[in-house]
Design a protein around this ligand. Structure first.
Ligand SMILES: [Zn+2]
Length: 264
């Protein structure tokens, strides 16, 4: 029975995975993310249900659009498989052993999903538009605050750590609002700090510290690979290229499961 449930959780993850690419494209444009059918960006043909089955559609169509034959980016498949695996690992690490799970397990899992969705969407939008989408961040903060409230009320957990990060968030938000008033646009650095503050609400600092080292390592390897490929002479500023550094922030969530419970 648990195997069946594992498969269902994996499928659920892949569905979230296929939703991400769509949401990353639509949220910054203010488009509807739930009610409008997806379409091929090349031929604008509306996609039918059989084109939207995670993983399966991509493989059966050999990574091409059914209507115009244009190549579909591999990132769709990667995100779907990756999200499926992430959901499965989260499910297993929260000890939700169906049918013996508790309400507590389920709430932990939902809180993790909210965290994962927030981090992936913010990172994806950041990669495409070099900005932290505040509406998504707000969703993350509200769901985190509800989880925090739950932990405090039902679990009698110590939420001091959370309060601290909420205060920092409030200060950053105030600075951002002031800079918005004075400069007419919000500061990217402040946005990044808000995002890091949000991640820290969920992941304890010692884990985050390790993730930062991992990220730096990743950025170095990625940059070396890119500079090897692109030729350093043509692009000497590659190390300071904004987009490449953002990759570092995006990697942070990847090893972050099962550390969400604050010490009791
Ligand atoms: Zn097409």
């Amino acid at each position: 029975m648990n195997i069946i449930f594992c498969i269902l959780i994996f499928i659920m993850g892949t569905v979230f995975g296929s939703f991400f690419t769509l949401a990353v494209y639509r949220i910054p444009l203010g488009l509807n993310i739930t009610h409008e059918r997806s379409f091929c960006p090349n031929c604008n043909h509306k996609l039918s249900f059989k084109d939207l089955i995670p993983i399966f559609s991509y493989i059966s169509l050999k990574g091409r659009c059914r209507y115009c034959g244009e190549k579909v980016r591999i990132r769709y498949l990667v995100l779907e498989v990756f999200s499926g695996i992430v959901f499965l690992i989260a499910y297993l690490s929260f000890n939700i052993n169906f049918p013996f799970f508790t309400v507590e397990n389920i709430i932990d899992f939902i809180a993790f999903v909210c965290f994962y969705v927030t981090v992936v969407l913010i990172s994806g939008i950041d990669k495409e538009n070099v900005k932290i989408e505040k509406r998504v961040l707000l969703f993350g903060i509200i769901t985190q605050a509800l989880y925090m409230l739950y932990l405090y009320t039902f679990d009698m957990s110590n939420i001091y750590r959370y309060e601290m990060y909420l205060v920092i968030m409030l200060i950053l938000f105030t600075i951002d609002t002031i800079s918005l008033k004075i400069k007419g646009k919000s500061t990217y650095l402040i946005q990044i700090l808000m995002f890091i503050d949000y991640i820290l609400m969920y992941i304890p600092f010692d884990i985050y510290y390790m993730l930062i080292i991992l990220s730096i390592f990743y950025v170095i390897v990625y940059t070396l690979y890119k500079s090897f490929k692109l030729n350093m002479k043509n692009n000497p500023n590659i190390l300071f290229d904004n987009e490449k550094l953002n990759v570092g922030v995006r990697i942070l969530y990847r090893c972050s499961f099962n550390y969400n419970r604050i010490s009791k």
